[in-house]
Structure formats: C-alpha cells, structure tokens
Ligand binder design. Structure first.
Ligand SMILES: [Zn+2]
Length: 176
C-alpha cells in the first residue's frame, strides 16, 4: 500500500511514518504536496517551499494548457486532457523526482540508495528512520526537511512502470 498524500501536520506525519515502519507499508511522501509530482512530468523543480504549494501550482498551470485551471474552483482532478498530458511522461517525472533526492540539503541522500522491491511481511521490523530511508534519503535526513521531494516515483518503479538499474544509477550519480 502506498498512501501518496501527506497531511500537513508534522506530528501526524511522524506518527504515520512510525506506523508505516511497523506495518511495513511504503509511504509515498510528497513535500510540499502531490502537485509537485504532477509538475515534475513537465519540468524539473528546485528550492525549498516550506510547505506552500503556491509556486508549484503556478508553475504547473503555466507548464501546459491542460493544467491552466488546475486547483481553481477546487478542481484538482486528473482526468481527460490532464491525464492525456501526463501520459508517457512518467520517466521524466521519475528522473526529476530522483534528481531532487541528490540535491537534498542533508547532503547524504542519493536516489541510488533507494529501495523499491517489495518487503516480505515476515521481514524484521525497521526503525521509522531506516524505513523512510528506503526513499534514498539518509536515515538521519528528517522527512520534513526533504523540501522539495516526492517519493511517488518509487511506486512507479515498484510497479515496473519505470525502471532503474544499479548501473544506470551509478552513471547518473557520478556523472559518467
Ligand atoms: Zn534527504
């Protein structure tokens, strides 16, 4: 199970991560919001947003006509022309999301460290820090300081929609 939507309350997020580690549920954390994942289908993004989605949504509206009215009158739907606009851009979005891991302020986070393979229900329980390090972020990198970030790409990798080999990871991250 991959809950993709994060609540804004820090305490709720920390509790959700602890619960997820115990239950071995993957968490697709997006900061400042899931809207970032949509934007990354069209362009890269950088810079801490401190929980505000304003700039992300503005860029998304300007990125492509299908999203020009996104989040106006509470319309965050992803169907019709919006779904068509996203289609085929999954790899771009995943690449852009992975690039954000490498630029994380902690300095020790790398997409190549991420894990996307399923975890056996009987596997030993990991601490919430270890569990959230499956994202590629270092165990000591606080989730709320991963700004901006989105883990949704790992869901696509787990489902085989995008794929990354370790060799490609090494090339990508060492600049060969
Ligand atoms: Zn990090």
């Amino acid at each position: 199970m991959w809950p993709a939507k994060a609540t804004r309350r820090d305490a709720d997020i920390q509790q959700a991560l602890r619960d997820a580690a115990v239950a071995k549920i993957e968490v697709g954390f997006s900061h400042p919001s899931f809207d970032l994942w949509l934007l990354l289908h069209f362009q890269s993004f950088a810079g801490a947003q401190s929980g505000s989605s304003k700039l992300v949504i503005e860029k998304l509206r300007n990125a492509i006509g299908a999203f020009k009215d996104y989040d106006k009158r509470n319309d965050k739907s992803i169907k019709g022309v919006r779904r068509e606009a996203l289609r085929g851009r999954e790899k771009t979005a995943a690449d852009n999301a992975r690039a954000l891991v490498g630029t994380c302020v902690s300095g020790a986070c790398k997409a190549a460290q991420s894990k996307t393979e399923p975890v056996d229900r009987d596997a030993p329980t990991e601490s919430s820090a270890q569990w959230s390090a499956r994202s590629g972020h270092a165990a000591h990198c606080p989730v709320l300081e991963r700004d901006p970030c989105t883990d949704v790409w790992r869901l696509l990798a787990a489902l085989g929609i995008v794929s990354y080999t370790k060799v490609a990871d090494l090339r990508g991250e060492t600049g060969f």
